[in-house]
Design a protein around this ligand. Sequence first.
Ligand code: FES
Length: 105
Amino acid sequence: MEKVKVLKLSEITENTSKLVEIEDKKIAVFNVDGEIYAIDDTCSHAEASLSEGEVFDCLVECPLHGAEFDLKTGEAKTLPATQPVVSYKTDLDDEYLYLEVGEDA
Ligand code: FES
């Protein structure tokens, strides 16, 4: 498991999201009321970008067919998605966000 510096915290303001790419993985990073979450960007149902979805109650709604995923766990909460997306452990210092990525992430 590798800890990777992802972005400056100033780049992701409160209640916004951002798509980042690390080692060929597309990861959606969300700032929800100051809490940072990171999950795979590609919806487990089809090819939609979850970083473009609407966020509410710590869930993101897929912009294509509306499946909802838990930002903390990646769990698919509503159809049509049935499979989870990977969630990543986040770590912050005063200035940067780090994610743990690796084979078993
Ligand atoms: S692509 Fe996300 S719900 Fe269909």
